[in-house]
Design a protein around this ligand. Structure first.
Ligand code: 7TS
Length: 407
């Protein structure tokens, strides 16, 4: 453990998150639903409020002062994301509505150009629906085939079998249900050796670990601002320049064009080619503030602290009779899914809420993974760097209450 992690002061950090200071059903809120969406620090809330109070206008259009200021802030946000991801150029950063839109964008543009009849797309068994369904839709349209790399009992993906027809590998960096961290760099290298394009769903990774797209050497990387302590409604698609340039536009409209006549339209260059219409300008400003905030704490400190908290929570939950943890990968992020003997996850979640403990229950938009483990649903506690051992203790106490009620 580094000194920085040792001195990590979650109690101090919690003061930056106004929403955490509240009672829910008379109990201090233990917010353990961070994989669904994370809370926002004061710095993000203030940045958005400041932007609307003093700088707001549409971008890339007016010559007036506010428009220039807004455009500068929006484009600065792009540079911040570029640096955050270690991308070579800010033009490789496309703003989207979120992870889901980023994947659909690639499926509908790159996919339609590059996937033909008989081709194969390889995903893994632990994907979120948003990294399954867009590829299914594409496969149906193109007559291609979706193949699935299996998970083992721990929830690890050990084997990625490529064939001559595999054109794309689309994989999560971290599983939202199991917390499994996938070996993206190694698998991407193996895929590239066969000329296969690689898309990484980083929705659960970007908030919790250092992501360097050049080191991973992936072709596309997507994530959502709202899981990275930023606002909803905005996300990021990273794509290598050459790929983005070769891709047709996604949606048509303002800002994505160079010239328009009724006979023919020519398109803007990336990333603008993929950003039709007025984007979520304030969202980008908020995302930039979130990245500043995360950088200040240090993503490695965040990951180190969360790893320590995961260890504590795992040990405490393992002591509970009749509780089974789903997902025990050797490389794991701070997400714990579990089932309780004799208690449906939905009932467990409802009782936990009564004690101020916020978790998610259900299939977590990963129904095929639930089928794989032979369970309909799990209860999931997912952690952020503002969670503490007290939150874990509140979770454990509430689980005991649930067990008493169902005994
Ligand atoms: N991919 C992964 C791995 C995710 O965890 C999620 C959201 C998405 C994609 C979709 O992100 P969006 O921002 O476009 O909606 N995951 C969850 C979750 O685990 N609980 O609620 C949302």
């Amino acid at each position: 453990m580094t000194n920085a992690v040792k001195s990590f002061d979650a109690a101090e950090i919690r003061k930056d998150f106004p929403i955490l200071r509240q009672l829910v059903h008379g109990h201090p809120l233990a917010y353990l639903d961070n994989a669904a969406s994370a809370q926002k620090p004061r710095a993000v809330i203030d940045a958005i409020s400041r932007f609307y109070s003093s700088d707001y206008s549409n971008i890339h259009r007016g010559v007036h002062a506010l428009s220039e200021r807004s455009t500068r802030l929006y484009e600065q946000g792009r540079v911040q994301v570029q640096r955050f991801l270690g991308a070579a150029d800010a033009h490789e950063i496309v703003f989207t509505r979120g992870t889901t839109e980023g994947i659909n964008l690639v499926a509908q543009t790159w996919g339609r150009r590059n996937i033909g009849a008989g081709d194969e797309i390889l995903i893994t068994a632990l994907e979120h629906h948003s990294n399954i369904v867009p590829w299914q839709m594409l496969c149906e349209e193109r007559g291609a085939r979706l193949r699935v790399a299996p998970v083992n009992d721990r929830g690890e993906v050990e084997k990625f079998e490529f064939t001559e027809r595999t054109k794309l590998l689309a994989m999560a960096h971290i599983s939202n249900v199991l917390g499994t961290i996938l070996p993206v760099r190694e698998v991407a290298a193996a895929a590239h050796a066969r000329g296969i394009t690689v898309l990484v769903d980083g929705a659960q990774a970007a908030p919790h670990m250092k992501v360097d797209v050049r080191e991973l050497d992936c072709d596309f990387y997507v994530f959502s601002s709202h899981k990275l302590y930023g606002p909803t409604g905005v996300g990021v698609l990273y794509g290598k320049s050459a790929l983005l340039e070769a891709m047709p536009p996604y949606q048509g409209g303002g800002d994505m064009i160079r010239t328009v006549t009724f006979e023919k339209t020519t398109y803007n260059t990336p990333p603008y080619k993929f950003e039709a219409g007025t984007p979520d300008i304030a969202g980008v400003v908020g995302l930039a503030a979130a990245i500043d905030y995360v950088n200040e704490i240090g993503i490695d400190n965040i990951g180190g602290y969360e790893h320590e908290l995961l260890g504590y929570a795992t040990r405490e939950l393992e002591k509970i009779d009749g509780l089974r943890i789903i997902g025990t990968a050797r490389r794991k992020a701070a997400v714990i899914s579990f089932v309780l003997e004799g208690i449906h996850p939905h009932d467990a979640g409802t009782i936990l809420d009564r004690y101020g403990v916020a978790v998610r229950t259900g299939h977590h938009c990963a129904q095929p993974l639930m089928d794989w483990f032979g369970i309909p649903a799990t209860t999931r506690a997912s952690f952020a760097f503002y969670n503490t051992r007290e939150d874990v203790d509140a979770l454990v106490r509430a689980i005991h209450k649930a067990k008493e009620m169902f005994a």
